[in-house]
Design a protein around this ligand. Structure first.
Ligand SMILES: [Zn+2]
Length: 362
């Protein structure tokens, strides 16, 4: 057998090197695959461990993340936030998709008093055709008939996203009216009109409401605050608003800006699991804040106020309650009801999904 020529040696060496490189590549590939598998498995377990009705990672993960806002752990959690909250456009998600920082269990929720008693659906169920006709009366919002849960309740779910033609208008009594009236005179005149509608509706949390928040109150430098971080319950002015749980008054007052809360109460609620939460009840009547003082005791179910009319609710023609939950005490009777897209992720961790209190309204 002749010894290999130098060119053959070179070729063999090259092949061995290639094989080594291939092995190395396979090694890296395997390691990567292992990592990805482990991550996705972890994610799966992480998701599956949590009761979806009580929120992903309802245990201590999110609480810890919140408590250690400035450390590395918090930063790591941002990855989860992104994966949970998507890219930020119209990403209002199903009940249970948002972190349940307050650890509200379904048993606790069942004991909460309804904040607004929604009307029961009449025994004779409306036909789909009828419901659709009703929806078409309201071009400013894509009104969806509520079919998911609580079918016995009679209210519609609104959609204020940019998918709609005109978010600045509202249909009332057969004509278009602006959602927001900018002068005191207009608001007073509108408030004096006979009540047009007794319908109740729900406006979503984490909804990108472009075209709706047009007043200067909602501009933040070059970017507009369009992401709604509370939940709205629309109904006739004068509708009673109740405290969902016991607590004390944190603050109350009148926020006068165009599009602001008007009369507003913030209650520090004391939950059965020893956690505290700050609930903002906005757009109330003037009477609601009379005689309110910080530290005043509030019972569960107590009527704390009434839906304010357009002249006392910040100028909104569609009278409604803005209900917002905060994990930390606000500085005063105020919370940003809408935030910019860039503040969204952080805001959703502070102003948690109100459905953990109100139930699966949509
Ligand atoms: Zn609102």
């Amino acid at each position: 057998m002749r010894p290999p020529s130098s060119s053959e040696v070179e070729a063999i060496t090259m092949n061995i090197q290639r094989m080594d490189q291939a092995k190395l590549n396979i090694g890296i590939f395997n390691k990567l695959t292992l990592c990805v598998t482990a991550l996705s498995l972890g994610n799966n377990i992480y998701t599956k461990l949590a009761n979806p009705r009580d929120g992903i990672a309802s245990s201590s993960v999110w609480k810890e993340a919140l408590q250690s806002k400035n450390n590395v752990f918090w930063k790591k959690q941002r990855i989860w936030q992104w994966s949970l909250f998507g890219d930020g456009h119209n990403s209002n998600k199903d009940f249970g998709s948002y972190p349940n920082i307050l650890n509200v269990t379904s048993a606790m929720r069942e004991d909460f008093h309804p904040v607004v008693k929604l009307p029961l659906r009449k025994k004779q169920k409306r036909s789909k055709k009828h419901a659709l006709t009703e929806n078409n009366e309201d071009p400013s919002c894509l009104a969806l008939e509520h079919t998911k849960m609580n079918e016995t309740y009679n209210y519609i779910i609104k959609d204020f996203t940019q998918n709609n033609d005109d978010n600045s208008l509202l249909m009332e009594g057969g004509k278009k009216v602006p959602q927001l009236l900018s002068t005191r005179e207009e608001a007073l005149a509108y408030a004096k009109l006979p009540k047009q509608s007794k319908l109740f509706d729900v406006g979503k949390y984490d909804e990108d409401r472009r075209g709706m928040y047009t007043s200067s109150l909602f501009s933040n430098g070059s970017s507009q605050r369009t992401i709604h971080v509370g939940l709205d319950i629309g109904g006739p002015s004068g509708t009673a608003v109740h405290a969902f749980e016991r607590g004390i008054v944190h603050s109350a007052g009148y926020n006068a800006g165009v599009g602001d809360y008007g009369n507003v109460i913030v209650i520090e609620h004391h939950l059965r699991n020893d956690m505290k939460v700050y609930a903002l009840y906005g757009h109330l009547s003037s009477k609601s804040i009379q005689g309110r003082f910080p530290g005043q005791k509030i019972k569960r179910g107590q009527s704390i106020g009434y839906l304010g009319n357009t002249a006392e609710n910040g100028g909104w023609t569609g009278t409604h309650l803005h209900f917002q939950l905060a994990v930390h005490p606000p500085a005063t009777h105020d919370m940003p009801g809408a935030v910019t897209l860039s503040d969204r992720h952080e805001a959703l961790m502070e102003y948690v999904d109100p459905r953990y209190v109100l139930g699966e309204l949509y």
